[in-house]
Design a protein around this ligand. Structure first.
Ligand code: SF4
Length: 116
């Protein structure tokens, strides 16, 4: 589990520290920080999820699990480049990646009226 703590919306109620004291710590002004970073250990997940649900300011965001980098790929693309993703296959079934800047053009000879 990976989380983000948005201190700009935090109201400093301290609920997160009560639920996950090993993950959140309060500063001198009563606002939390992530004591051990954004990656949450499995042992702390239950407390963090409770803190996430109870945070009245929605200042804690679940970023999900880190996505492993595929061989030869970029980490951010791992979720979308599966072999079954519909846009990764060309009309003939061959693997194809979408081209940036490609434009769909309407065929002017195609009959699109339904009044036949
Ligand atoms: S529970 Fe939410 S609002 Fe309260 S201190 Fe923690 S992050 Fe801030």
């Amino acid at each position: 589990m990976r989380i983000k703590l948005d201190r700009t919306v935090c109201d400093g109620f301290g609920t997160c520290v009560v639920h996950a004291p090993d993950v959140f710590s309060l500063d001198d002004w009563g606002y939390p920080s992530l004591a051990a970073g954004n990656d949450i250990a499995a042992a702390d997940e239950a407390g963090v999820r409770r803190a996430l649900l109870d945070c009245p300011a929605h200042a804690i965001v679940d970023l999900g699990d880190p996505v492993p980098m595929p061989a030869g790929g970029e980490p951010g693309m791992a979720r979308n480049l599966g072999p079954d993703a519909p846009w990764t296959k060309a009309a003939n079934g061959a693997a194809a990646l979408p081209r940036l800047g490609s434009v769909l053009v309407r065929d002017p000879t195609a009959d699109t009226d339904d009044d036949s």
